[in-house]
Design a protein around this ligand. Structure first.
Ligand code: GLU
Length: 258
């Protein structure tokens, strides 16, 4: 009797744990089943990701997202945009709130520890802008100066490393950082040349430093998975965008050098 009881207990445990086990769907299958791609994008980083006067998401990264949606789901309309900032985009990926982030995000070894990236679709570089009349001409002139950065960016990390005696003034997004810069809260603002060029297009009293202190390879960021199905597909898509002239056309459309 005792034996029968024990056996049925073992079977129940095996049965229950078996049923409780969720069959993990890979990210690509999830996207295809949902039939909508959820992409984290910038809303304040012209010309890569911003909100147009008519209230729509626009920019180079938005067009990349539409291309990916067309490739994966057959229509560039099957995409939902979620605003992200450098400060929260890692969490948006790891929590699964978005399928991917396409938001001027550079591949770095530290980030690769937590998330995966496609191959890069654009190479930017870090620089800084100052007032036109400023005495600052290169990064060595920024010693002991107040430098505005957006928190969580490679710019923040690089400035802390390269100019340790500078005073860092950090903001959570570019809108606040640019406003603070216009209000003279810092002598310079440092970020990628791409994002700073967007700011210069609308603000003529400033100039960009000539030297770049880093290479910033922009790539599509996704959740880490044992099954690399989505990453493999994204690598093929980015490769095609480079080879079929899409990236070149987007650079022209958004007036981006390089
Ligand atoms: N590309 C740099 C980074 O990934 C700075 C720009 C940004 O964060 O959006 O940190």
């Amino acid at each position: 009797m005792k034996k029968i009881f024990l056996l049925s207990l073992i079977f129940s445990i095996i049965f229950l744990t078996g049923c409780g086990k969720k069959i993990e769907q890979n990210s690509l299958d999830k996207i295809i089943e949902r039939d909508t791609l959820i992409v984290g994008v910038k809303t304040d980083s012209k010309p890569f990701g911003f909100i147009s006067k008519t209230g729509h998401n626009e920019g180079f990264d938005i067009d990349v997202a539409r291309y990916v949606a067309k490739d994966l789901l057959g229509s560039e309309r099957k995409v939902q945009f979620i605003p992200v900032t450098p400060n929260n985009r890692m969490e948006a990926i790891t929590s699964g709130d978005v399928d991917m982030v396409i938001a001027t995000m550079s591949i770095t070894p530290q980030r690769q520890y937590f998330i995966d990236f496609s191959i890069p679709y654009y190479i930017a570089g870090q620089t800084a802008i100052v007032k036109k009349k400023s005495e600052i001409y290169n990064f060595s002139d920024l010693k002991h100066k107040k430098i505005i950065v957006v928190l969580g960016t490679t710019a923040e990390k690089n400035i802390r490393r390269i100019i340790p005696n500078a005073t860092i003034i950090g903001f959570k997004n570019y809108s606040d950082a640019f406003n603070a810069f216009k209000q003279n809260q810092g002598e310079a603002i440092s970020s990628d040349n791409t994002i700073l060029s967007g700011f210069l297009q609308d603000n003529k009293d400033y100039r960009m430093l000539k030297n770049k202190i880093s290479q910033e390879p922009y790539a599509i960021a996704i959740k880490k998975e044992d099954n690399q199905k989505l990453k493999k597909n994204l690598d093929i898509i980015v490769n095609r965008m480079i080879n079929d002239g899409t990236i070149k056309n987007l650079k022209q459309k958004w007036h981006i050098a390089g």
